[in-house]
Ligand binder design. Structure first.
Ligand code: ADP
Ligand code: ZN
Ligand code: ZN
Length: 725
């Protein structure tokens, strides 16, 4: 249950002075259950005539949450409509033991463990779920202490998993890169080019002013943005102030961390893949003001940097900045808020600004700086769009078309390397006749329909129309195929077409730990792998000089689930992956395959026309009243029984409507969510759209706790949702 209220307790004298944000243990409820909590008002007054229970234990001796971050947490709590306690919990790492241990137990998921998740008790399942999640995020192994805490399981449940061979433990040395280990302030072997210098000059002005300003740095891939960050950071460090640099993912944060280690003074890193001891070490160093830069994914925005001077967000457009669990904050937006609360400048860098950020730049809320060219006069890679269906031989389903196949062969002949990207919606299946190339299309939208195994129906992602699977092709009476774009299918084709080439697959199934990720990256970098095949993982930030060809196996946006950001994501993905080609002397070429027509997002990406794309996309969004021209809130109502979920969704929506002005807030739904059932719970959702920022919160926040309590179902609140499934 969400606890929204603040409770009063007596403070025993022997605990020292209380402070705001301090973690404590308190007796709670009629049975005086031991619960943890945070001090919110240390100066609170004793309510008259009520006997207060005393706080039983103080966890922190010194403040872990500075006043800036505390204010930030209060803002998050209001804006994202999340209880303050849950926000504060996300702001501090769980307390580590007093003594830094030299060794710690870590846990791996065994091969059988994954499949066994449905055949064991709930506590054990919670452990396996945590491990599986860690694997997906590439942060396996997990420290045993952290695993037990996160899953809420007892040691005994864990031990029985070990004896059943579902998990495995290992002792490992706790290794910490001391903060002063960086080689210190080292110069790059090159001068900034004039464009970089101009941009840096502008940034330095803001840095010197030292007050809040937000600046969007739109620099094409390979334009030397990181180099600009490094110099701005040094300038701020020279003034004795610290910097937070956010990267969208742990893997990229780690890469940036290493790069900064060789160029800057005391670099700290913070993320959930660190062991508790490591994390506590960095945290403490940061808190004492011993770190010049803190690098990390979104949660690093809560780093207790005492004298913050600048925030940098790299790849600001990335959707992984949005947290998928409570509190569902957007790291970028929270970062901008922290910068404004602490009155320091913030810099948002990307090759493909989000519609939100470019709109802010256009309206003057953000400054805009541009690096339109690559460094060292390198050309942008050339992109070519290929219509896959036209290239198919009849009777055959092939995912690598004629053009892409021959370009690959040529690149491999020249001893150059290839990256193949599979789009995120790559697992959709289409209903297809390989003999005459007929495809099942929606009667209302002329868009291909997507086969849903769970519904045993094909559906149109544009209008929701459904269709049965035909027995034979209606055009030629040939055999119908379900044409799935699985990444494994591409592997089969690679084996067949390039028997002598070596390749590696990089997706969340194969990349189960940072070690594996690093191995593939290193092997590819050393030239031991010719073809790197992967999901959007391969699109981000990698820098390999010998890659001359990038193939986008399927770029189709029209097939993506009912999501108004599909075009934006497709544009970003193509530009980002194209950015991996031709980063050195080898000129880069990009082949973009599409199955279906002439998508404007793909066309703009092919000509590197960000401006044209943004123009079109913003116009569409304005006309349809979608973000960034409005704000959205989404509520997901979940229950283990279908009727209960539906009923609760109706009640909940009716309650919401009572508090919302109908002329300003559009209510969509409730309706069944795109993913109607997850983990045995049925899901309905309701969406709110409102042109006035903050109005939804203003109307709902005072009533939400009560509404939630009155509805007998589990309710997820998501403000500015990115995931609409
Ligand atoms: P971005 O972050 O914009 O993709 P990077 O900062 O990673 O670009 O720069 C790409 C590469 O170019 C890096 O290897 C970097 O060291 C190098 N580089 C950056 N600026 C210059 C410059 N002015 N002259 C030569 N090389 C540079
Ligand atoms: Zn349709
Ligand atoms: Zn046919």
């Amino acid at each position: 249950v969400d606890v929204w209220e603040v409770f009063s307790y007596a403070w025993p004298d022997d605990l020292g002075e209380p402070f705001r944000g301090q973690r404590v243990h308190v007796p709670f409820g009629p049975g005086n259950r031991d619960e943890h909590g945070f001090v919110v008002e240390p100066e609170g007054t004793r309510p008259k005539g009520i006997e207060l229970k005393p706080v039983s234990k103080a966890v922190d001796r010194e403040p872990q949450i500075g006043s800036g971050v505390f204010k930030l947490a209060e803002w998050i709590s209001d804006y994202y409509m999340t209880p303050l306690g849950m926000v504060l919990q996300a702001c501090v790492p769980s307390p580590a033991g007093k003594h830094a241990d030299r060794k710690e137990a870590v846990v791996y998921l065994e091969e059988d463990g994954e499949g066994a998740r449905n055949r064991i008790g709930p506590r054990q399942k919670a452990i396996l779920d945590e491990l599986f999640e860690a694997r997906l995020q590439g942060i396996e192994p997990v420290a045993l202490g952290m695993l037990l805490r996160k899953s809420g399981a007892q040691r005994a449940s864990f031990n029985s998993l070990v004896s059943r061979g579902l998990v495995r433990t290992e002792m490992r040395d706790v290794k910490i890169q001391p903060l002063d280990r960086g080689r210190g302030v080292v110069d790059a072997p090159f001068e900034l080019n004039p464009e970089q210098q101009a941009v840096l000059g502008e940034i330095n002005q803001k840095v010197d002013l030292g007050t809040y300003s937000a600046t969007l740095l739109h620099g094409v891939t390979g334009s030397g943005k990181t180099e600009v960050y490094v110099r701005a950071i040094r300038r701020i460090n020279g003034k004795g102030r610290g910097v937070i640099l956010l990267a969208p993912e742990i893997a990229l944060a780690t890469q940036t961390f290493k790069r900064l280690l060789s160029r800057l003074g005391r670099v700290a890193v913070l993320h959930s893949g660190l062991s508790p001891t490591e994390r506590a070490y960095y945290w403490e160093q940061i808190r004492r003001g011993n770190a010049d830069v803190v690098v990390g994914p979104r949660s690093a925005i809560f780093a207790p940097v005492p004298n913050l001077g600048l925030i940098v967000i790299d790849e600001e457009h990335e959707s992984s900045y949005k947290q998928g669990t409570v509190p569902r904050y957007h790291g970028r937006d929270v970062a901008v808020k922290r910068a404004s609360l602490e009155d320091v400048p913030i810099l948002l860098g990307t090759a493909t600004p989000s519609m939100e950020s470019i709109n802010n730049a256009r309206s003057g809320r953000y400054g805009l700086l541009e690096l339109p060219h690559r460094v060292r006069g390198l050309p942008m890679p050339s992109l070519k769009i290929v219509h896959l269906r036209r290239e198919m031989q009849s009777g055959k389903v092939e995912l690598l078309g004629r053009t892409l196949t021959s370009k690959m062969a040529a690149a491999l002949d020249r001893n150059e390397q290839v990256i193949l990207l599979m789009n995120r919606r790559g697992y959709a299946s289409y209903v297809f006749c390989p003999s005459c190339k007929w495809m099942l299309e929606c009667r209302h939208c002329s868009m291909p329909m997507v086969w849903h195994r769970s519904l045993t129906l094909a559906t149109c992602h544009h209008c929701g129309n459904t269709a049965e699977l035909p027995d034979y092709c209606p055009a030629c009476e040939g055999r119908i195929l379900l044409f799935g774009y699985g990444i494994q299918r591409i592997e089969d084709e690679l084996f067949r077409k390039f028997p002598n080439a070596t390749f590696a697959r990089m997706d969340s199934d194969t990349m189960t730990s940072p070690v594996q990720f690093k191995k593939v990256i290193d092997d590819f970098g050393d030239g031991n792998i010719d073809i790197l095949l992967g999901t959007q993982m391969v699109a981000k930030g990698l820098d390999f000089p010998n890659v001359s060809l990038v193939g986008v196996v399927s770029a189709d946006t029209c097939l993506s689930i009912n999501d108004f950001r599909a075009s934006e994501r497709t544009f970003q993905l193509i530009v980002q992956v194209a950015g991996r080609a031709g980063r050195d002397r080898t000129p880069g070429e990009v082949i973009v395959q599409t199955l279906y027509g002439d998508d404007p997002a793909i066309r703009h990406a092919a000509t590197h026309d960000y401006r044209g794309f943004a123009e079109m996309e913003l116009r569409d969004r304005r006309e349809t009243g979608l973000p960034p021209f409005s704000r959205m809130a989404r509520f997901v109502i979940r229950h283990s029984r279908m009727e209960k979920a539906e009923e609760a969704a109706e009640t909940f929506t009716a309650e919401l409507r009572r508090h919302l002005p109908p002329d300003r807030v559009t209510v969509i739904g409730p309706q069944q969510a795109e993913l109607p059932r997850i983990k045995d719970r049925f899901r309905f959702h309701v969406m709110l759209i409102c042109p006035v920022p903050g109005l939804i919160q203003q109307c709902l926040l005072p009533h939400l706790p009560e509404i939630q309590r009155s509805v007998p179902a589990d309710i997820v609140t998501d403000i500015d949702p990115l995931d609409l499934m």
